[in-house]
Design a protein around this ligand. Structure first.
Ligand code: AMP
Length: 561
């Protein structure tokens, strides 16, 4: 297939904003795609070369691309940039340069036909080479690949090559349109396509199966370690009772850990870690790879859990700490020591040759418990099976008091429905609006934290003064404690024993589980389990929330039941 044919399809897709028309255009393209190319066309139409989970990215910078385009077209980088500003799109800018090329460059830059006709296969192969090249001379190799493609491209092809390389296709074909197009092209129900896609996350594979064997072949698509499936998603519930009812009366309550969801895949010696967004993060967490190898007694499996950063006492650290590790590309070992992580496992989807997604949760949980030997780093999620709302509420509060985000409530009879939010799993967490409060006091920390302020006394505005509303002692990282100590120290006005008071100046935004009436604090209210959301350096004490707002929130909370 000529790349020009694909470029025309991109142009047609760009020309309509109607979803059904897009679907029809894509379905028609799929039908006329030669068999050997069908595994690659769906992703290309969506503007991608690799499935997300492959971990491969083109990551070709716009600046470098413009240099290559400039050397091919004879236009300066500056004039290309001017066109981008005028036309609002780099693809259109490169296309315009092809059409108006000022001079014949050494390499014939084709306004309508270069030295050879580009094929889709050739472009795809070239882009794969782009993703592979690394090392000292990689930049010049990559530039050569781009120059070679551009110098043989027509104007229209240049527009879409540019967008493909820079991963800015934007012709409006997402997963939904692709699902419907494959369904239409091969006369299969969209739901069947969706299910198969949730298991393999590659529309190329799905399209090939649909063409070769229709529904039967799609149903036969199996999970395999190394290829991540989409996660089952949770619905929000406002109360324990609604969660219980939704999950069928008796439910598994689990701690809701605040970290990142991790799929752990093992196939013999190879262990791979994927995030919920199917990114491969194996390199970032070598100690987890080692720990699951030891803790999970099987050679082939897919299990799921939540990865959480913890301090040395095992208390969870805020998610931001963990995200530093996810982004880290070098010095991994040092980072692993600085921010220890643990994995709380909660599901199993495949063991050996058995796919378990169709089994009810209660059986999957048993399977999971049967293969995991808990260790310091690999644990099973804390869980309570109950039909009793009081017991469930107590469990939920225990989760919050230990610094977790809330609770998950799961239907014990439900299968694992990859990629959907179907009411098999609920999440319950504090949902009240955050408050901006002033730090008016603190208690010196203890032990390792003796030089920092520990529990912080929080207040809201009350007339011309301030009224206390609670204390916050958890949910801050060491860095945050150190930072706030530095900010607060100059504001100290009184010290008695470990208690300190401050001039009210520092404002923090806090989340909390509930607002209670309280005789202890001068505002008449107390925040239950307040947690730091962020420092509000942009706010002064006059901008903090006041007692009236507490009253309003309390009323709303009561009305909600
Ligand atoms: P949310 O991100 O607020 O939609 O909540 C759902 C997320 O909670 C999941 O994607 C998991 O990453 C996370 N989570 C934490 N603990 C659990 C657990 N015990 N079971 C399932 N998901 C959990």
């Amino acid at each position: 297939m000529r790349f020009g044919e694909l470029a025309e399809v991109y142009a047609a897709l760009e020309a309509t904003s109607k979803r059904l028309e897009k679907r029809d255009i894509v379905a028609e393209l799929l039908r006329r795609t030669p068999s050997e190319l069908l595994d690659r066309i769906p992703l290309l139409v969506m503007g991608r070369v690799f499935p997300t989970y492959s971990g491969k990215k083109l990551e070709y910078g716009e600046k470098l691309f413009l240099k290559a385009a400039s050397s091919v077209s004879g236009f300066t980088v500056e004039s290309l940039e001017r066109r981008i500003r005028d036309l609002g799109d780099i693809g259109l800018a490169v296309e315009a340069c092809v059409l108006e090329k000022p001079q014949t460059s050494l390499l014939t830059f084709a306004g309508g036909g270069g030295e050879r006709t580009l094929t889709v296969t050739e472009v795809h192969d070239a882009l794969c080479r782009l993703a592979q090249k690394s090392g000292t001379d990689s930049q010049s190799h990559k530039a050569k690949v781009i120059i070679d493609l551009l110098s043989n491209a027509t104007a229209l092809e240049a527009r879409f090559l540019t967008r493909l390389v820079l991963e800015q296709m934007r012709v409006g074909v997402g997963e939904g349109v692709m699902r419907d197009a494959i369904a239409l092209a091969y006369e299969v129900e969209p739901a069947v396509i969706e299910r198969a896609h949730a298991l393999v996350n590659d529309y190329g594979r799905v399209a090939v199966a649909a063409r070769d064997g229709g529904q039967e072949a799609l149903d036969a698509i199996k999970l395999a370690p190394g290829t991540p499936l989409k996660c089952m998603l949770a619905q929000k519930v406002p109360t324990v009772e609604e969660g219980l009812t939704g999950a069928g009366g008796t439910a598994a309550f689990e701690y809701k850990y605040d970290g990142i969801r991790l799929q752990v895949h093992r196939d013999g010696d190879t262990i791979t870690l994927f995030t919920r967004r199917l990114e491969n993060v194996t390199r970032q967490f070598p100690e987890i790879v080692g720990a699951v190898r030891d803790a999970v007694r099987a050679e082939r499996y897919i299990i799921e859990g939540e990865l959480v950063a913890v301090d040395e006492t095992g208390m969870p650290l805020p998610f931001q700490e963990l995200s530093r590790r996810v982004r880290r590309k070098y010095d991994i070992e040092r980072m692993a020591r600085a921010i220890p992580v643990i994995l709380n496992l909660f599901d199993v989807l495949l063991v050996g040759e058995r796919t378990l997604v169709e089994l009810p949760l209660r059986e999957r949980r048993q399977e999971l418990e049967g293969i995991v030997d808990e260790s310091g780093r690999v644990l099973l999620s804390r869980t309570l099976v109950t039909a009793d709302a009081d017991a469930a509420r107590e469990f939920y509060e225990e989760a919050l008091s230990q610094g977790h985000e809330g609770a998950m409530i799961k239907n014990l009879d439900a299968p694992y429905q990859a990629g959907s939010r179907v009411g098999y799993m609920y999440k319950l967490k504090p949902t009240l609006e955050t408050l901006d409060v002033v730090v008016v006091g603190a208690e010196w920390g203890e032990g390792r934290r003796a030089s920092w302020f520990g529990s912080l006394v929080l207040a809201v505005r009350d007339g011309d003064g301030f009224a206390l509303v609670g204390r916050m002692g958890t949910g801050l990282t060491d860095e945050q404690f150190a930072h706030i100590t530095e900010e607060l120290r100059p504001l100290m006005v009184q010290e008695s024993g470990r208690e300190v008071t401050f001039t009210p100046r520092i404002v923090v935004e806090v989340a909390y589980e509930e607002l209670q009436q309280s005789p202890t604090y001068s505002s008449g209210y107390a925040l239950r389990f307040p947690r730091l959301v962020r420092f509000r350096e942009d706010l002064g004490p006059d901008d903090a929330d006041d007692v009236d707002r507490l009253r309003r929130i309390y009323t709303i909370q009561k009305a909600r039941g």
